[in-house]
Design a protein around this ligand. Structure first.
Ligand SMILES: NC(=O)c1ccc[n+]([C@@H]2O[C@H](COP(=O)([O-])OP(=O)(O)OC[C@H]3O[C@@H](n4cnc5c(N)ncnc54)[C@H](OP(=O)(O)O)[C@@H]3O)[C@@H](O)[C@H]2O)c1
Length: 204
């Protein structure tokens, strides 16, 4: 399959790229610093990118920022960033990528388990992740020609936990997290939230 991965240089995106290549997929690696680039917070860049790349079988996003701050310290800029980047950025990626998504293709975006198990200071992240889940569920009802829309909710990944000084031993690494994306790509689910195996916050 011809797969676009947005956020390809990131912790999760890089692992997705590696696994896709191991499985023989053709991967187009994208971020704000690639050529051609996408900045999901700038919708016109999505159109320009797809004009150059043409039709694809899958669009995977592991990109987008949301603010991490206590409720009483959230600024308007924090809220705007969260909505413009991680939420509407990925919504626009699906919406604007759709004309170039082949029949039976799939768009996979990234939320996060904080939608289900929020922690202090994560109100913006939890809001955006839950919003992305609602979007995917409803968009799946509109999408045609066998195409699918999914949201993956990763838990903390071990590499990020290390950077944040948290106990990394209880979290999957990026390679394990990438397996959830590739299974979703190769599977048949549509609209439903996808979790990393063993890290379903609904079940635990
Ligand atoms: N890491 C975790 O533990 C974890 C857990 C749950 C959910 N998530 C979610 O997973 C996603 C990826 O996380 P990560 O930790 O892998 O991120 P990361 O390591 O910081 O990498 C982010 C990637 O996205 C690209 N990017 C950032 N902003 C972009 C934009 N506006 N448009 C296009 N590309 C952009 C970056 O490249 P450029 O800078 O070149 O654009 C980079 O390739 C995020 O949405 C995050 O909220 C992460």
């Amino acid at each position: 399959m011809k797969v676009v991965v947005v956020g390809a240089t990131g912790t999760i995106g890089g692992a997705i790229v590696q696994l896709l290549k191991e499985k023989g997929h053709e991967v187009i690696e994208v971020s704000r610093s690639s050529q051609p680039s996408i900045d999901i917070a700038e919708p016109s860049t999505i159109d320009l990118f797809f004009d150059q790349v043409g039709e694809v079988d899958a669009i995977i996003s592991a990109a987008g920022s949301a603010a991490f701050a206590p409720l009483d310290q959230l600024t308007e800029d924090d809220m705007q960033l969260s909505v413009t980047s991680k939420l509407l950025g990925q919504v626009n990626l699906v919406r604007r990528g759709l004309p170039k998504l082949r029949p039976n293709g799939v768009a996979i975006i990234t939320g996060g388990f904080l939608a289900y198990k929020p922690a202090p200071q994560t109100s913006m992240i939890a809001m955006v992740n839950a919003g992305l889940e609602g979007f995917a569920k409803a968009a799946a009802l509109d999408i045609t020609e066998g195409r699918r829309v999914l949201v993956v909710h990763p838990p903390w990944v071990a590499e990020t936990a290390v950077k944040l000084g948290m106990d990394a031993s209880i979290w999957p690494d990026a390679a394990k997290t990438a397996e959830a994306y590739v299974a979703a790509l190769e599977g048949t689910q549509n609209g439903e939230p996808i979790f990393v195996e063993g890290y379903n916050p609904v079940a635990s």
